[in-house]
Design a protein around this ligand. Structure first.
Ligand SMILES: Cc1cc2nc3c(=O)[nH]c(=O)nc-3n(C[C@H](O)[C@H](O)[C@H](O)COP(=O)(O)OP(=O)(O)OC[C@H]3O[C@@H](n4cnc5c(N)ncnc54)[C@H](O)[C@@H]3O)c2cc1C
Length: 404
């Protein structure tokens, strides 16, 4: 099973999609001696101006940090840039309800880090390039897939062909293989789009992540280590269209107002991009010889910054399950193996998706009695010491039942 004696072109498993989740899984499995082919349409960006912050950032939890440390890439990520946030403030537009989380309350140095997606991805790809038993195949994609006994035959756009006992699908939200495999998904489009951009506030953020809930959607101001903020502004599609059409000065003015000058005025904004938001959950994560991970399996509202963190939890679980299967002599792609992964992750992801959906509905609402309950809830939660500490630890991905 180890790479050193494998036939050329034969792999223990194939991963389609080398985003953050697929690349992390590839690193972890190669570290464990599995031979891995990773197929990717778009290899990562390798260079960018030092002062440029990518539009796409993620709030990485402690769990994700520990996984990335274990994979040997965290140090490289810190060389590029990771921005810690030590506190988080959440408040509601209607009323005075507010909640404040502080890493010091639970004896941690920070609550997590804001990291550009391209930083995480590049560090993982560099590591993949150093590991034995990994073949990076790009730009390429699976064009045809056939089930032949316990093998899946894959034909790539380049004409290459593989037979594999396990295909892991990490192609993100619009996964073509999920469609090819006829795995249906449940969910719906949120009536919200998210605008992302890097902004320059007048005041330093003080390493505090801030989120204001408005009836139209939440506005997050995420701290970048040089004093800038990365914003995720979720709002109605019509309002997003209007905001995207504004010139920079008018956009800054609108953002200054929406943020209630919490960091003074917003003086400058970089390029902006907009993402339609939807909740989606695959009805199955596994089929014989196939497993979905990350956004290919689930899509969640970004309000709690959990998307890729759930994907890393999937990757960690699948690694454990595959290592155990190898030890027990069970085929990696058998349903007996893969159902263990599905059982461990599907319910946990569903619970997070449901909680975030409820949150979104509770806060994106003009109803006055509901606003009163929300504000009371925020204040009560803020005052509930031990419960609040538990909530902080769970949000950091600690105590999630894995070894990280
Ligand atoms: C506005 C916004 C803010 C967010 N903020 C956060 C946050 O703060 N914290 C957080 O945890 N999450 C956040 N997320 C979610 C996070 O970005 C996703 O959960 C994460 O990118 C999913 O990673 P992935 O590797 O599963 O998929 P992706 O990042 O989508 O990667 C999929 C990869 O597969 C490749 N691919 C696609 N199709 C094929 C194919 N046919 N063949 C080969 N390769 C293919 C793609 O090129 C890509 O590299 C946010 C999302 C949005 C929209």
């Amino acid at each position: 099973m180890s790479d050193r004696r494998r036939e050329p072109g034969k792999f223990d498993l194939v991963i389609s999609g080398g985003g953050m989740v697929g690349a992390a899984l590839g690193c972890g499995l190669a570290e464990q001696g599995f031979s891995v082919a990773l197929i990717e349409l778009h290899p990562p960006q390798t260079e960018w101006p030092a002062d440029e912050v990518d539009l796409r950032v993620s709030a990485l939890t402690r769990f994700s940090q520990r996984l990335l440390q274990e994979l040997g890439v965290w140090e490289r990520m810190t060389e590029m840039r990771v921005s810690p946030y030590r506190e988080m403030r959440v408040w509601d537009e209607a009323g005075r309800g507010t909640i404040h989380f502080d890493a010091a309350d639970i004896g941690e140095p920070d609550l997590g880090h804001i990291v550009e997606n391209r930083v995480t991805r590049l560090a993982l790809w560099e590591r993949l390039g150093q590991l034995d038993g990994v073949e990076l195949i790009f730009p390429d994609a699976v064009e045809k897939m056939e089930l032949l006994g316990d093998q899946r035959r894959l034909v790539l756009s380049s004409g290459r062909q593989f037979d594999t006992g396990l295909l892991v699908v990490a192609e993100g939200a619009n996964s073509p293989i999920r469609e090819m495999a006829a795995i249906s998904s449940s969910g719906w489009a949120y009536d919200q789009h998210a605008i992302v951009a890097t902004v320059w506030p007048e005041q330093h953020h003080g390493e505090v992540a801030r989120q204001r809930f408005m009836a139209t959607g939440p506005l997050a101001l995420l701290p970048i280590d040089d004093g800038r903020c990365s914003i995720v502004w979720s709002t109605s599609p019509a309002e997003a269209e209007r905001l995207m059409a504004l010139d920079d000065a008018s956009f800054c003015q609108a953002l200054t107002q929406a943020s209630q000058r919490v960091l003074g005025g917003i003086t400058r904004v970089g390029p902006r991009a907009v993402f339609p938001l939807r909740l989606r959950h695959a009805d199955h994560y596994v089929l014989p010889g196939l497993a979905l991970v990350g956004d290919a399996a689930h899509g969640i509202h970004p309000l709690a910054g959990q998307g890729v963190n759930l994907g890393f939890l999937d990757a960690a679980e699948l690694m454990e399950v595959l290592v155990a299967a190898r030890k027990a002599g069970r085929p990696l792609g058998s349903m007996a193996t893969l159902r263990r992964y599905e059982r461990a992750r599907k319910g946990a992801n569903m619970a997070m998706l449901g909680a975030m959906d409820l949150f979104k509905r509770l806060f994106s609402n003009h109803n006055r009695p509901l606003a009163l309950i929300r504000n009371l809830g925020l204040d009560l939660a803020d005052a509930a010491g031990p419960l609040k500490r538990l909530a902080i630890r769970r949000a950091m991905g600690l105590g999630a039942g894995t070894r990280y």
